[in-house]
Design a protein around this ligand. Structure first.
Ligand code: NAD
Length: 342
């Protein structure tokens, strides 16, 4: 099947071409993100492949539909960038890659925690300047600390297990607490407000939905322990960035590790060196020595890329053959949980 792949980078192309040897689809790679402005590039294609910062909203879907697109194969776990209601109305099927490597993302979250807690970025740049002083680099042990894991799906569970391995006490919050996981791993499910107030480290692993948007706002940050280390590898808008900025300025937040940012669209995945960064909140966040930003790279391992490519192309094959789409997402599946309690 002819597949228009948007927002393609070299690593995507390499992985998709390698996997496609076993599928034989006709892949056309486009560098731009899929938006209303670029949707016409897919004219005549029955299927498009999107990524996290594409904007597959109602208007874009209308253009895709008019051009003949009947499948949006998202090569991501999250699908908040796709307007599922409109897709359903237009008869466009949507698939995703629900699990490609929970380890990749969970391990990146832990890498952010360790980097912040042990001041690795500062130490790295210091010694390269032949400054071998240790002043200002005092960290703390993870063993014995309390870690809050928000969202215990595929990724959150792996993160919780890793933190247990460090000897941490792990508190979890999820709309669907799992007593079996609790018994098996020694974590404890608690209400969100308790997790926020009792944790030394907090790691976010819920999807972005109307009920999780800004679940970390000014009130939530105020409830957290002074010096808390907050890590977000979920979706940027789980955190109100301006509230985070304010809490960093007062020194209430001890460290923030952000792999995602609520206004990352159009910034992350791009090389903007030499240009003026127009996002004042991000620019200010990047000035803090205790803030570590990575450009939505938690998924970026060889294993994850290979699994993403394999699962995406398998969905395209199933669609082409009229077989059941095991990784389909539908509007009615989106969890409509009440606002996160706290
Ligand atoms: P998952 O679907 O396996 O788990 C999500 C968990 O969140 C579930 O247990 C669900 O019950 C829970 N949940 C949903 N809504 C909730 C709410 N309102 N309050 C509390 N809990 C809620 O998903 P996953 O594979 O673990 O991925 C989690 C998120 O991580 C994805 O949705 C995606 O946004 C993000 N992600 C980021 C990257 C990256 O590169 N940074 C890569 C993959 C996934």
């Amino acid at each position: 099947m002819r597949l228009a792949v948007f927002d393609t980078h070299r690593y995507d192309r390499d992985a998709l071409e390698k996997a496609n040897a076993g599928f034989g689809h006709a892949l056309t790679f486009f560098e731009p993100r899929l938006t209303l402005q670029t949707a016409r590039l897919a004219d005549g294609f029955p299927a498009v492949c999107s990524f996290v910062n594409d904007r597959v909203d109602a208007a874009t879907l209308e253009v895709l539909h008019a051009g003949g697109v009947r499948l949006v194969a998202a090569r991501s776990a999250g699908y908040n960038h796709v307007d599922l209601e409109t897709a359903r109305r237009l008869g466009i099927r949507v698939t995703r890659v629900p699990e490609y490597s929970p380890h990749a993302v969970a391990e990146h979250a832990v890498a952010l925690v360790l980097s912040l807690v042990r001041h690795i970025p500062r130490a790295f740049s210091r010694v390269r300047d032949w400054n071998f002083s240790l002043d200002g680099l005092v960290g703390f042990d993870l063993a014995g600390k309390t870690v809050g894991v928000v969202g215990t799906g595929r990724i959150g569970r792996v993160a919780a297990r890793i933190f247990r391995g460090f000897g941490c006490r792990v508190l979890c919050y999820d709309v669907a607490p799992d007593a079996g996981f609790e018994r098996e791993t020694g974590v404890r499910f608690v209400p969100l407000e308790e997790l926020f107030s009792a944790s030394d480290i907090i790691s976010l692993h819920v999807p972005l939905t109307p009920s999780t948007r800004h679940m970390v706002d000014g009130a939530a940050l105020a409830r957290m322990k002074k010096g808390v280390v907050l890590v977000n590898t979920g979706r940027g808008a789980l955190i109100n960035s301006r509230a985070l900025l304010a809490a960093l300025k007062t020194g209430h937040i001890g460290g923030a590790g952000l792999d995602v940012y609520e206004e990352e669209e159009g910034i992350f995945f791009q090389d903007l060196s030499g240009q003026v960064l127009q996002d004042d909140t991000l620019a200010r966040l990047l000035t803090f020595p205790n803030v570590l930003v990575t450009s939505h790279q938690a998924f970026l391992t060889h294993e994850a890329l290979a699994n993403i490519a394999e699962t995406t192309l398998a969905s395209v094959t199933a669609f082409e053959r009229g077989e059941p789409l095991v990784n389909e997402v539908r509007a009615e599946q989106v969890i409509r949980a009440p606002p996160a309690s706290r």
